[in-house]
Structure formats: C-alpha cells, structure tokens
Ligand binder design. Structure first.
Ligand SMILES: [Zn+2]
Length: 205
C-alpha cells in the first residue's frame, strides 16, 4: 500500500454509502494517514487506546496507515477496506444528522459495523438497558450490541426505515426525543425492541 489511498476503491466505498443512505450530493471526506500513536492522539486531541485505529472528525477520516497497524494496534492488517467503510458510514451519519458525536452511540456504531460487515463477537448478556447505557457511552460492547440491534432492525423493518430514522435525527436530539422517533418509525418502543433482540440472541423465556 502506498502513502495515498487507492482512489478507485475509495470511490466504490463512497458510492456504496451514498446508495445505502440515498444521499447523493454530500461532501466527501479527506483521508488522512497517521504513522504513530502520538500523531493519532494529537489529531483527536485525546489519549487513544491501542485498539483505536481510525476516527472520523469534521476535517476528515483518520487512519493508522496499514503498514503500521500491526505494530501499533492489536488488529491484523487484513481488513483495511472494512475499516474505511466503517468510518465512511460515520461520516455520512454525521453529515446527515449534523452531529459529530454520533448519538445514539449504539446506533451510529451498529450501523457502521453492519455496513462494513464487521460481524463482531456476541455481547455479554445484561439485564441493564443497553440502549440507555450506550446512548452516549462507548466501550467494546457498544459495537457488539449495536451490530445486533441494527441487524435485527434491518431484517425486520428494512434498511429504508432505518435510514429514514437517521434522517430525522438532528443536533437537537436527546435520548427522550430519540425514543419518540424510534416508536414513530417502527411502531414498537425502543425498550420492547431491545427486549426482542435480547430474546433472539440469548434464548430467554
Ligand atoms: Zn465507529
């Protein structure tokens, strides 16, 4: 891999995201490679953990250069283009919603995982409400629960409805408003759908 991203492959990812979100005239992001953890921390303005290999910021998409991924992170360097698709999903999400923090976190990460086909590990079961816990908080489980939630939403209602929900999100979103938007879009409450997803994957009574 050279210093610059392969533009033809990047164009395919952009096109796939445009098709998914039904969004044509969006601004496409700058792609920025970094080559050390220090550079990444400086770019993101915070100390990042070793597993962080990419990030979406208003000025563009940051990636640890594929030649450095195995040295600087626990990841294998065999899924770079999935990571590009993941970050591109965030870019579109942020553009559509006018936000930069991507709330609800489980939805933004779940969508990115789903679009990039990053089927992760099954999360640990918890009685806690994961849609509440992961509204603005991110850890490993945010990605895992998010993937399952988004996959089941798409399977049950179709991706158009999921995209339609995303398009109703704006930077005034609160957890309460999101719950209302969810119920209006899918005809089921967020908490009821979460229970259904838990039953699906954990065979609860
Ligand atoms: Zn992400």
């Amino acid at each position: 891999m050279t210093k610059n991203i392969e533009q033809d492959k990047l164009n395919i990812v952009i096109k796939e995201c445009q098709d998914f979100f039904g969004q044509k005239n969006n601004v496409t992001p700058k792609i920025i490679f970094v080559y050390s953890r220090e550079e990444m921390d400086k770019a993101l303005g915070r100390k990042t953990q070793d597993w962080v290999r990419a990030s979406t910021r208003p000025e563009g998409l940051y990636f640890i250069h594929p030649s450095k991924v195995e040295e600087l992170t626990p990841h294998k360097n065999d899924d770079f283009w999935k990571v590009v698709k993941h970050e591109m999903s965030h870019w579109f999400y942020n553009q559509i919603t006018g936000t930069h923090n991507g709330e609800p976190r489980w939805l933004a990460e779940g969508l990115a995982m789903f679009m990039a086909e990053q089927k992760g590990l099954v999360p640990s079961f918890t009685e806690e409400s994961i849609t509440q816990k992961y509204y603005s908080f991110t850890d490993n489980e945010t990605y895992r629960w998010g993937y399952l939630m988004v996959k089941d939403l798409v399977d049950e209602f179709g991706k158009e409805k999921v995209v339609s929900l995303v398009k109703k999100i704006n930077n005034k979103l609160t957890e309460g408003i999101f719950s209302e938007l969810f119920k209006n879009e899918f005809g089921v409450s967020l908490s009821a759908f979460e229970k259904k997803v838990k039953r699906h994957y954990f065979k609860l009574r």
